[in-house]
Design a binder for this molecule. Structure first.
Ligand code: SF4
Length: 323
């Protein structure tokens, strides 16, 4: 009886070893104990010793082949049937496990503009200047916004400014005058700039699109895509220390995100190696004056970054100025 069982077991073990050999995990099997083999074959514990001796003998028979197989990766191409029918078994690692990497805590910055596409350094124009960018825009008809515009609104302010404000697009007053932020929202922006201890001519002000969207609607994606390369060139040419994105359109365009501005407003972002602060658009503040307090907090962070004096206890007023 014992001999019959032994032969039966030997056949099973031999078959199993060939199977393991075929898929390249013989070493794994060889290192297993007799009790494990017994368990796998669903046999009584009383037969463990027999199994052990048989398995050792059979394993020894294959050991030379095993040493070869554990060096070479098992080839799926060589075993097409196994790939379809045998579940993938993780191989025992041949090298000691590498020590766990210490992953540093994520930085405060929550978004950053991608370094590809429009933002790729390789797309920068050598020797670019604001003059050249304006020349390139010319009497632009690249997108449908040209149809209803009166004037192209390129920018205003200091071409060497440390601080750049980026808005969404011209409104009616801007379209008439050819200057950004000259209407009611523009006056509020000017007051905010002065509250920071700066003059409007100290900063550079521009928009994502240079022509007024009809009825002051939001610029559409194709219009933003067509016009924003000019904005990116402007930012590179001015090379400011800090960019303030006014409103969701500017923030989402520069950061290439669809997240709502309230999710990342008031936190420093990174744009092309520069610091970017997203805050609410002055036009929104005209409709929602309580939000001025949030904007003033954001601008105070900008002031700290630029080394401007921040008066402790200063609060925003209805005009956006600290009291
Ligand atoms: Fe050209 Fe920009 Fe005006 Fe469109 S919005 S017509 S791309 S300047």
């Amino acid at each position: 009886m014992a001999d019959r069982i032994s032969e039966n077991l030997q056949d099973k073990i031999s078959a199993r070893l060939r199977f393991y050999q075929d898929i390249g995990i013989d070493l794994f099997y060889r290192n297993r104990t007799a009790s494990a083999a017994s368990s796998q074959l669903d046999l009584p514990a009383s037969q463990s010793e027999t199994i052990n001796s048989v398995s050792i003998a059979v394993v020894a028979e294959y050991s030379e082949t095993v040493e070869t197989l554990i060096v070479a990766e098992p080839s799926v191409e060589e075993s097409p049937v196994l790939e379809d029918t045998v579940p993938r078994t993780p191989r025992k690692p041949l090298l000691p496990a590498a020590p766990a990497l210490q992953v540093p805590a994520p930085p405060k910055v929550v978004l950053s503009a991608p370094k590809s596409g429009l933002f790729d350094a390789t797309s920068k124009i050598s020797g670019d200047s604001l003059l050249k960018i304006r020349d390139d825009i010319g009497d632009c008809t690249r997108c449908k916004l040209h149809k209803a515009r009166n004037k192209i609104v390129f920018a205003d302010g200091n071409p060497k400014a440390k601080l750049v404000f980026v808005g969404e697009g011209p409104g009616r007053d801007e379209d008439m005058q050819g200057l950004p932020f000259v209407g009611r929202a523009g006056k509020l922006l000017t007051q905010m700039i002065e509250a920071m201890g700066l003059q409007r001519q100290d900063v550079y002000i521009c928009n994502v699109v240079k022509c007024r969207p009809p009825e002051n609607r939001l610029p559409e994606p194709d219009e933003i895509k067509t016009c924003s390369p000019f904005l990116l060139r402007q930012l590179d040419a001015v090379d400011p220390q800090v960019i303030v994105a006014l409103g969701a359109c500017a923030a989402q365009t520069l950061l290439q995100t669809t997240r709502g501005i309230s999710h990342f407003r008031g936190q420093w972002q990174e744009f092309g190696g520069r610091k970017l602060m997203a805050t609410y658009h002055p036009a929104y503040l005209l409709r929602n004056p309580p939000a001025k307090a949030d904007v003033w907090k954001d601008l105070q962070m900008v002031m700290v970054e630029l080394g401007l004096e921040v008066k402790r206890g200063a609060k925003s007023t209805s005009a956006g100025k600290p009291s």
